[in-house]
Write a protein that binds this ligand. Structure first.
Ligand code: MG
Length: 164
């Protein structure tokens, strides 16, 4: 299921935090997934701010982010909240108005929870053939729901932690 600008707006989302590796491209690749640049451009046209927040090195993230014309935070140390909160601050929004999109539950999604940012899990990078469907199809709400059901949200709720 694709995530539409309308859906995000309906959730009060104004800004996006985007993971790089296995979310916008294959791991360490400078070549974005098919449709990724177009999707980001379309979202920005719809008025969403966006920042790439990656745990990878600057030399990987900087030229990659430049292809999207996006600001970036490298060595973000996800799941720690620092990178998320800096991104939120730089975009001039609140955590609740932000959605983090990433492929890893224990870095991208956990970090979003700890930062009070909404999280969207994309399916892990599959085979080449999957890419033909384009980047947007990789955003799968059912997967995210499954993660919620499996208790990441609940886990943090029980502990009194913050969640998206
Ligand atoms: Mg990743």
């Amino acid at each position: 299921m694709d995530i539409s600008p309308e859906q995000l707006r309906g959730m009060g989302i104004k800004a996006l935090i985007l993971d790089a590796d296995n979310t916008l491209s294959s791991h360490a690749s400078q070549i974005p997934f098919e449709g990724a640049v177009e999707w980001v451009n379309a979202m920005r046209k719809e008025g969403f701010s966006a920042v790439i927040v990656s745990n990878n090195f600057r030399r990987r993230v900087e030229p990659f982010a430049a292809q999207f014309g996006l600001p970036f935070i490298s060595m973000a140390m996800k799941p720690f909240p620092f990178g998320y909160l800096r991104a939120v601050r730089e975009m001039g929004v609140s955590p609740k108005e932000t959605a983090a999109i990433g492929d890893q539950v224990f870095t991208d999604i956990l970090g979003a929870k700890l930062s009070g940012v909404y999280s969207i899990l994309v399916t892990p990078q599959g085979e080449e053939s999957v890419l033909r469907f384009g980047w947007r199809r990789r955003l799968e709400q059912p997967v995210r729901r499954k993660v919620r059901e499996k208790g990441i949200d609940q886990h943090w709720r029980k502990r009194g932690g913050r969640h998206g």
